[in-house]
Design a protein. Structure first.
Length: 94
């Protein structure tokens, strides 16, 4: 039996390295936004108002419903939450 090992759960679940990279970026942003919002000690309704989204949208974010958020949407929410997003691009090992 062959055992495959992956660097990330997304590498195991997604069909391509590009899709895995997108999911890694989205999940990282989502977690950072969730942590920022938790630090505000606000209700979901108050936090939603602060980010300019609806309460149901805030609920989706806080419950980790990653499939409901594009990378673009999460970038906007991150900056609206007062976060600075920096990206690093490197060549993959051959």
């Amino acid at each position: 039996m062959t055992v495959e090992r992956f660097d990330s759960v997304w590498d195991a679940l997604e069909n391509s390295p590009a899709e895995a990279a997108n999911m890694k970026a989205r999940s990282g942003l989502m977690i950072a936004i969730q942590e920022a919002v938790a630090g505000w000690n606000l209700t979901q309704t108050e936090a939603a108002k602060r980010l300019g989204v609806t309460q149901p949208r805030m609920n989706d974010l806080l419950r980790g419903r990653i499939d409901k958020f594009s990378l673009d949407a999460l970038m906007i929410l991150a900056t609206d939450a007062g976060l600075t997003v920096e990206w690093s691009v490197a060549k993959t090992a051959a």
